[in-house]
Design a protein around this ligand. Structure first.
Ligand code: VG1
Ligand code: CO
Length: 580
């Protein structure tokens, strides 16, 4: 093949957000749009990460992925990349990409140095919905801000990109290596099984036998919903083939380009079918719900964990995994190096860290900040309130890992029961946890697709308000006299303890004397307008008060948050789009 230099010019708005560049498909299919971003990424990387390098290119299989993969293969070839690894049919979950970068060795001994991941995660897919692309580094984690800033700068000055126009499309539906001859020598495309590296890694972390026993036990029942995302490509292999679950326990496990028209976001609003099956929806299930249910997002890095008629908040989930990991999961048997959560995630993990005397870190939203801690050996388990949980086995959050972690904990707690005793349920485990550590009532309100100017004004108003705590407390008391005083208010700023880099403006916090918190931040993953996220949290240690309904317990703080921020005045919205 020959290399063509194609003249191009900057296109506005190619700034990567919390997790890459996400836009409507119609934006991505504009002439040069994807090409500019890919070339800007190559130009932001050091030469040895491109010339002669091995790159992974795959994603959650959403609409436009197949075209994008062929374009990226041709551009990689033209930029001197030695080989491109593609998951069969272009499918690799985000955690599987991370695992492949870290673990896979090619037939000729090659190792990958990075990856383009094609996903817009939990955003819907299809011709009128979202597409996305992000770059992950050789540790398997998302590019740090230093790189994403550079990519963005490059998109603003780009003049040309390189592409091997004559290279034929590669059939990515069959595994195998295809060789080409280019001006720099050989170029290969290696299409491989999407699941095997990931399955192997999971088997090295968990005790599959004990999970098998749990799943086989008549006291236990299981259900998994992939929401037609890429998790389906792993669910059958792991839950059915390896662990013996019945095929009928899998819902929506066939990956689809448009996620079956749904919103592949595993929460109580969008995972409707699972929620109903677990006996949680308004329409009660006809049959007795399973003991355990879980769902994933489009790219399978998120998870929602449910018990029978019971919802586990993601903030509780990471705390419970951290509290039980050493006993229940062989990978952690030597102890945890530390734990970490993102700033808006509830402080349930903090209490576990304190009790177990573990190193603890609070980082900005987005997985890239956990990676540095893990590379430095400072963190084993981490999580976010947004249904993201993971560990240092890779450098992304991991939806299936979280489910296996929960199954391991349930198996461990029921070691002696599986012969016929009464099952210790998901709900029992969570209630026991609250009794030991106290409960963090928690909710998140999302105001999606509000006017970007209005959202900025609201945030600016809140920042300004913070300058006088006296005024804040006066307003708060006027709204509700039954909430405690605001002890501190700030804009969260993070100094990375490993590389010293500073991330500013990571959300506005109101910290109350009794440990309650209100957090406001703007989403960095939307593709249109702005999304305001409001996080509300209250800590309860009194064991007689830990069993309340969450929305009832949080009502006073919700009232304060909405009025203090003048939410309706700024946004015109009387209610959030989604509550989680
Ligand atoms: C959201 C979540 C954040 C998560 C990010 C990527 O970001 O809040 O916790 O890391 O999505 O998740 P934001 O900036 O919209 O709040 V995924 O599964 O979309 O890659
Ligand atoms: Co995701």
């Amino acid at each position: 093949f020959k290399v063509t230099r194609v003249e191009s010019a900057p296109i506005e708005g190619q700034k990567p957000g919390t997790s890459g560049l996400r836009k409507k498909v119609k934006v991505f299919t504009q002439p040069h749009y994807l090409h500019n971003f890919v070339q800007s990424t190559f130009n932001a990387l050091s030469a040895e990460k491109v010339k002669g390098a091995t790159l992974v290119v795959s994603g959650d299989g959403r609409y436009y992925s197949k075209d994008a993969i062929q374009i990226i293969i041709k551009m990689a070839a033209a930029n001197g990349v030695r080989r491109v690894w593609v998951g069969q049919n272009g499918l690799l979950s985000t955690p599987a990409v991370s695992a492949v970068i870290r673990e896979r060795v090619g037939a000729d001994g090659s190792k990958a140095s990075g990856s383009f991941i094609l996903t817009a995660s939990h955003n819907p897919g299809g011709p009128n919905e979202d597409f996305g692309i992000k770059y992950n580094m050789e540790n398997g984690g998302p590019a740090p801000e230093g790189i994403t800033d550079k990519i963005y700068e490059n998109t603003k000055t780009i003049k040309e990109y390189l592409i091997a126009e004559g290279l034929p499309d590669v059939d990515i539906s069959v595994t195998g290596i295809t060789n080409f001859e280019g001006p720099d020598g050989q170029f290969d495309v290696d299409v491989f099984d999407s699941a095997s590296d990931y399955v192997k890694l999971m088997k090295s972390i968990f005790d599959f036998q004990s999970i098998q026993k749990l799943i086989a036990s008549p006291q236990f029942s299981f259900c998994y919903d992939a929401l037609h995302g890429v998790a389906g490509a792993y669910a059958k292999r792991i839950f059915v083939e390896e662990l013996g679950a019945q095929e009928s326990s899998l819902l929506n496990c066939v990956p689809k380009e448009d996620f079956g028209g749904g919103h592949p976001d595993p929460n109580l609003t969008y995972a409707k079918e699972l929620v109903a099956r677990m006996g949680l929806g308004k329409s009660q299930a006809e049959q007795e719900p399973p003991e355990f249910g879980a769902a994933a997002d489009g790219d399978a890095d998120r998870n929602m964990v449910l018990g029978k008629r019971f919802f586990v908040t993601p903030s509780d989930s990471v705390a419970i995994i951290a509290a039980n990991a050493v006993q229940s999961i062989p990978y952690f048997s030597a102890g945890l190096k530390g734990v970490a959560r993102s700033m808006p995630t509830s402080a349930a993990l903090d209490v576990v860290a304190k009790n177990l005397n573990l190193k603890f870190f609070e980082v900005p939203t987005g997985w890239k900040f956990f990676g540095n801690l893990m590379d430095a050996g400072m963190c084993s388990v981490c999580g976010e309130e947004s249904f993201g949980t993971g560990s240092d086995h890779i450098r992304e959050k991991d939806g299936i890992w979280a489910v296996l972690a929960w199954l391991s904990i349930i198996a461990y707690k029921n070691k002696e029961n599986l012969g016929g005793g009464k099952l210790v349920t998901v709900e029992d485990i969570v209630r026991q946890h609250w009794a030991t550590y106290g409960r963090h009532y928690y909710t998140r309100y999302d105001y999606e697709n509000v006017d970007a100017g209005a959202a900025k004004e609201l945030m600016a108003y809140l920042v300004k308000l913070q300058s006088s705590l006296g005024d804040v407390n006066k307003i708060v008391k006027e709204i509700r006299s039954d909430v405690s005083n605001v002890a501190n208010a700030d804009e969260f700023e993070y100094k990375d303890p490993v590389d010293g880099s500073i991330s500013k403006h990571q959300g506005i916090r109101y910290l109350f004397e009794d440990g309650s918190r209100l957090v406001f931040r703007l989403s960095g993953t939307g593709s249109e307008g702005a999304t305001i996220r409001l996080y509300i949290e209250q800590y309860e240690q009194d064991s007689s008060k830990i069993g309340r309904d969450s929305s009832e317990a949080l009502a006073p703080l919700v009232d304060v948050a909405l009025k203090l921020s003048k939410m309706q005045e700024f946004t015109g919205r009387s209610a959030p789009t989604v509550i989680t």
